[in-house]
Ligand binder design. Structure first.
Ligand code: ZN
Length: 346
């Protein structure tokens, strides 16, 4: 992994590159950001450059022995520590064995010994106390990088001794460009997905690589367009279909599912649809729409729906989220949502 491959995160990249160049790096870092924000890529680029035998001003050389080992994740002095699959947290035993005791042994063939701890917030209190000793008095060659989605879960004593780097969200246009160039996503799809991912590159990539997302999108489009013509029978069938899809989604564990479950995706997409309708109604500008391939339907709804009605739908979506969180009966909750869309899109 190289710094050049990482999109955005300029401040973080500069800080880390300068740390390597000056030889003034810290012994402990926290990289904080949601899943998909690129923490692991950044940690690997930093570790590779630190270990590189001939780094340039800007990056590792990617040609020396150490770099080659790092690129194939076989560098004996870059150690990955993560939660075991069957455990909900990272226990003190793992931290002692993989880090606290291991760090006493000198690097095998590199300048440093670098530990990259994934989901580090999952270290329980005992584990955090164990790693704290290493962070307080590290051997000269040790660098510890804690990756986390929530740095507030760390003990204050850990936070105060680490350099905190917070991942930034990436602007929609840059994500759109990545999807178009690297993933050959068609224009309108790239724009929709980029907005939907809200600055999270990893999520955007998972979305375009996942066929389920398209199914969810089609389901939502059909519901938003046809709700006003549905009779009782069709509404009941729609509720049933959504329930089945939700249950199927819970069993499978797709890439996208790691970011967001079916119902969240669905409700976000319905929100985006009606925001498009509202936006067109207010501006009469179809350039701004996300669902560009559905411009015709959006224009039609924009002219037939009132502002009040569209607002009612947006409110109904947030009621739906609240009811799902409160475990209100699933079928009832979905029926109320469809009813709200039907009544306000006449
Ligand atoms: Zn190198």
């Amino acid at each position: 992994m190289s710094f050049a491959e990482i999109i955005g995160q300029e401040d973080a990249k500069n800080l880390l590159k300068n740390a390597v160049k000056s030889g003034n790096h810290s012994h402990a870092y926290i990289f904080s950001g949601e899943k998909g924000s690129g923490k692991m890529m950044l940690a690997e680029a930093f570790a590779t450059m630190l270990q590189c035998e001939n780094p340039t001003d800007d990056d590792a050389c990617h040609e020396c022995h150490s770099c080659k080992q790092a690129l194939s994740r076989n560098n004996p002095d870059i150690i990955y520590v993560k939660r075991e699959d069957d455990k909900s947290n990272i226990g003190v035993d793992v931290v002692r064995e993989r880090i606290v005791n291991d760090v006493e042994i000198k690097p095998y063939s590199n300048k440093y010994k670098i530990y990259i701890v994934d989901e580090a917030e999952k270290m329980n209190q005992q584990a955090q106390n164990a790693i704290l000793k290493t962070i307080e008095e590290p051997p000269e060659y040790a660098v510890i990088i804690l990756l986390t989605a929530n740095h507030n879960a760390f003990l204050q004593t850990i936070l105060s001794r680490c350099v905190l780097i917070q991942m930034k969200s990436i602007d929609t246009n840059s994500i759109k460009k990545i999807l178009q160039t690297k993933y050959e996503t068609v224009d309108y799809q790239a724009e929709m997905v980029a907005s939907f991912a809200q600055g999270n590159v990893g999520k955007a990539i998972a979305l375009v690589s996942d066929s389920n997302f398209n199914d969810v999108k089609n389901m939502v489009l059909s519901l938003c367009k046809k709700a006003n013509r549905m009779d009782e029978q069709q509404m009941a069938e729609e509720v049933k279909a959504i329930k089945e899809e939700n249950e199927r989604d819970k069993k499978e564990n797709s890439e996208v599912e790691k970011f967001q479950g079916f119902m969240d995706q669905m409700l976000d997409l319905i929100t985006l649809w009606f925001k498009d309708v509202l936006l067109y109604k207010a501006t009469l500008n179809d350039e701004l729409l996300l669902f560009k391939e559905n411009t015709f339907d959006i224009k039609e709804q924009a002219s037939s729906c009132s502002y009040h009605g569209l607002n009612e739908i947006i409110n109904a979506i947030s009621d739906t989220r609240a009811r799902l969180n409160a475990n209100v009966n699933f079928e009832l909750t979905i029926m109320l949502l469809i009813q709200a869309i039907k009544e306000n899109t006449r």
